[in-house]
Ligand binder design. Structure first.
Ligand SMILES: Cc1cc2nc3c(=O)[nH]c(=O)nc-3n(C[C@H](O)[C@H](O)[C@H](O)COP(=O)(O)O)c2cc1C
Length: 173
């Protein structure tokens, strides 16, 4: 096994890729080698010392592809340090921080499979033109009209960087 960390992600509209890349970049800058890969390209975890896995949120849940990833690799993930993150619009609401414990519940199905050593909860982005299906696009249009959240990129790079910086002692101790 190498000292490498795998940062792996599942995305629908592309926001989570940038979050995973930022986590991988921060880990590398502070001396922890990291590979950043989409979950669907990951077949074997045995060469990694630790895994950081994250997903976009849809309907208050990790994408099914991401939950399936944890299910498939649960034995191996339980045997090494595993951190989880999510990217969602609730954290991008004006008072998003006050929803932190509500959003933390989105990780419950992951936690039930493998307990993460750390959980990152991040604001994402909303580009309605990229939202799949007309009913969902309508629903998001209404949510913007009613002021639930606003379109645009709400990713908080300092929060992402700070979380990634906190990981090495938990992942590589
Ligand atoms: C169909 C759909 C459902 C969503 N459901 C939720 C949700 O329940 N809660 C939430 O906070 N954000 C929700 N979002 C917002 C996404 O989590 C957010 O836009 C995120 O940045 C998407 O990441 P991605 O671009 O990597 O797919 C939803 C987005 C879509 C497209």
């Amino acid at each position: 096994m190498t000292n490498k960390v795998l940062v792996t992600y599942a995305t629908c509209t592309g926001t989570t890729v940038g979050v995973a890349e930022a986590i991988g970049r921060t880990l590398s800058e502070i001396g922890a080698l990291a590979d950043v890969l989409p979950m669907r390209e990951v077949k074997d975890l045995s060469t990694y010392r630790a895994v950081v896995a994250g997903s976009a949120i849809q309907d208050k849940k990790w994408l099914s592809e991401a939950l399936q990833f944890v299910q498939t690799h649960r034995t191996e993930l339980a045997s090494k340090p595993f951190a989880a993150f999510l990217v969602c619009m609730t954290m991008a609401m004006r008072n998003g921080e006050s929803y932190r414990s509500f959003v933390a519940d989105f990780v419950a199905p992951v936690r039930a499979l493998v307990k993460p050593v750390s959980e990152g909860l991040f604001a994402g982005a909303l580009d309605i033109s990229k939202v799949p299906t007309l009913p969902n696009r309508l629903m998001f249009r209404l949510s913007v009209i009613f002021g639930v959240w606003s379109e645009g990129d709400h990713r908080d790079w300092s929060a992402i960087h700070a979380w990634a910086e906190s990981l090495p002692p938990k992942l590589l101790a």
